[in-house]
Write a protein that binds this ligand. Structure first.
Ligand SMILES: [Fe+2]
Length: 144
């Protein structure tokens, strides 16, 4: 297993939103490298917390964008976000209590989830925007 290399195929083509996706991949890579170096559990927990905070805010923005763009799959997409965050927050608590460690299977789960979600689910939204220019206009026109 290696670090995840960002590919522009995972982006929506919207600079700010894609920057958040890149950041999340970077945070995952930091956890992976910290694990390889044998860094303390505290460092790993802090890295995980940072990644989950970043994911939470990115997902909330993404859900708003999907709603504003009239993306029909947004409720299912929101549920995917919630499911991942709930699982990972539970894991984070258990880890912080010292009852668990981050190991390669856990990182593999995160890796598969993150890249699978970027490619399949976020990618589907990107393709929806590409096919529906009016949705993109509605999205760009929404108040910040
Ligand atoms: Fe998403």
């Amino acid at each position: 297993m290696a670090i995840i290399k960002w590919t522009d195929e995972w982006g929506l083509g919207l600079a700010e939103s894609d920057a958040g996706r890149r950041e999340m991949i970077g945070l995952y890579n930091e956890i992976y490298l910290a694990l390889k170096r044998g860094d303390s559990r505290r460092t790993l927990v802090s890295g995980l917390t940072h990644l989950l905070d970043c994911a939470e805010s990115l997902y909330a923005e993404e859900e708003q964008m999907m709603e504003a763009a009239g993306y029909p799959m947004w409720p299912e997409h929101r549920d995917e976000h919630r499911d991942f965050l709930q699982r990972m927050r539970r894991f984070e608590s258990t880890l912080a209590e010292g009852n668990l460690v981050i190991d390669l299977p856990v990182l593999q789960f995160m890796r598969h989830w993150l890249t699978g979600h970027l490619y399949d689910s976020d990618g589907a939204f990107g393709r929806f925007l590409a096919r529906n220019p009016e949705a993109l206009v509605a999205l760009v026109a929404q108040p910040v």
